[in-house]
Ligand binder design. Structure first.
Ligand code: PLP
Length: 360
């Protein structure tokens, strides 16, 4: 006897990248930052006293909101702290989308392919999903907002830099989409710390749009995937609505202290992202030398296609895994002939390149 709702019963849950326990593995599969977080983060965690643990934390993570507002030149009421960027996605669905009912409208619109959690969350919420295929170069097709409007979507989910291609979408293009769309445009900037630009100008000063929400995370650029801390930035009305629907204490005292310390250590975060960007260039060049097709990336990973003359992407993925080098393979349209490779330390990247050169 199944007691859960039908949409949960039939749900295929989100499949995260493998997390092998063997620390010797060369782990280039889940887009973690290969460098440690800033020392100030560990000190901040250690300095949280017994009293701070005995008491409930700030429900709205006020210290963090102030720090984030200061960093991004926004007002604190334009910031919401969440338990990872993933919680912001779940909140956005809860707040802006209708479960199907009989109308079939009120759902999410997404480009395709995209971050696979979007679909899982939409299915949990029982809300319709409209997929619009990306162009050959992974750009968002003209007419994207119109298609979503026609389908009655209330929330558009756009990843920029895009996962898994790494392509950055210009602010101008995002502004155009937001202006045309009749719902909320969530720009998922999980990987923005490795990009040349960001979309902050859409929510700042005179240019502020009332339907744009940016997702940020400390998981990638700040090397804190284990902390589970993300945040949303946007018009105060959107933030106020999201705030009504979050758990009473959605971020804890330890992670709030760590997150404030992480934001204040900008130099360290920038330095580690810079090293990743340098290595991204080198790994891309080396793969191209081995006749792989490499898409330009503004992220901490690259999408690459092996030469047709050799083994296919799945075989390479599996044989690399047997040798202890983990990359990501997606068995789905447009991706099954490619691998997504997280940029690691120079030593990790060398291990990958050595393994691939041996196959060339
Ligand atoms: C595109 C994208 N968005 C959002 C997230 C959420 O990140 P987190 O929940 O770790 O903050 C991820 C994580 O991998 C991601 O790839």
């Amino acid at each position: 006897m199944a007691y859960e709702r039908e949409n949960i019963h039939s749900l295929s849950p989100y499949v995260p990248g493998e997390q092998p326990v063997d620390m010797k593995v060369v782990k280039l599969n889940t887009n973690e930052n290969p460098y440690p977080p800033a020392p100030g983060v560990l000190k901040a965690i250690a300095s949280v006293g017994a009293d701070a643990l005995r008491r409930y934390p700030s429900p709205t993570a006020d210290g963090f909101r102030l720090a984030a507002a200061d960093l991004h030149d926004l007002d604190p009421d334009q910031v919401i702290a969440t338990n990872g960027g993933d919680e912001l996605l779940r909140l956005a669905l809860t707040v802006f989308c209708d479960p199907t009912g009989n109308s079939g409208a009120g759902g999410i619109g997404e480009t395709w392919p995209t971050y696979s959690l979007y679909d899982v969350l939409a299915r949990i919420h029982d809300t319709p999903i409209i997929r619009v295929p990306l162009e050959e170069d992974w750009s968002i097709p003209q007419g994207f907002a119109g298609r979503l409007n026609d389908a009655g979507c209330r929330l558009a989910l756009v990843v920029s830099p895009h996962a898994p291609s790494g392509r950055y979408e210009s602010c101008e293009r995002l502004r155009q989409i937001a202006a045309e769309f009749n719902g909320v445009l969530l720009v998922d900037e999980a990987y923005v710390d490795f990009a040349r630009l960001d979309a902050l100008e859409l929510i700042r000063g005179d240019g502020t749009m009332d339907n744009v929400l940016l997702l940020r995370t400390l998981s990638k650029g700040y090397s804190l995937a284990g902390l589970r801390f993300g945040y949303g930035l946007g018009h105060r009305n959107l933030i106020e609505a999201l705030d009504k629907a979050r758990d009473s204490y959605n971020t804890d005292a330890l992670s709030q202290a760590a997150a404030v310390a992480a934001l204040s250590a900008q130099d360290q975060a920038r330095a580690s992202c810079g090293r990743v960007v340098d290595e991204r260039r080198r790994v891309g060049d080396e793969l191209a030398r081995l006749s792989w097709w490499v898409w330009p990336s503004d992220s901490n990973f690259i999408l690459a296609k092996p030469p047709e003359s050799g083994p296919n992407a799945r075989d390479i993925y599996e044989s690399l895994k047997r040798e202890g080098v983990f990359v990501r393979y997606f068995d789905q349209d447009r991706l099954r002939d490619k691998l997504r490779i997280t940029i690691g330390t120079p030593e990790q990247n060398d291990a990958l390149l050595r393994a691939l050169t041996a196959r060339a």
